[in-house]
Design a binder for this molecule. Structure first.
Ligand SMILES: [Zn+2]
Length: 57
């Protein structure tokens, strides 16, 4: 085995969270009242990745 190729492993890229697309934040509609009236959008932490933006196994 004289010619041994040095194979460098590909860099491990963390999978992006499918929920927030890797941003770690998601915008959700805010509803208030008993009729759940939408009052706007609020940006919150992504509960899937807990803000890291990386998909977890
Ligand atoms: Zn996420």
């Amino acid at each position: 085995m004289a010619a041994s190729k040095t194979t460098t492993p590909p860099p491990v890229e963390p999978a992006k969270c499918p929920t927030c697309k890797g941003s770690g934040e998601i915008s959700r509609a805010v509803h208030v009242g008993r009729k759940r009236r939408p009052v706007g959008q609020q940006t919150g932490i992504c509960l899937t990745c807990l803000g890291s933006g990386e998909a977890t196994d």
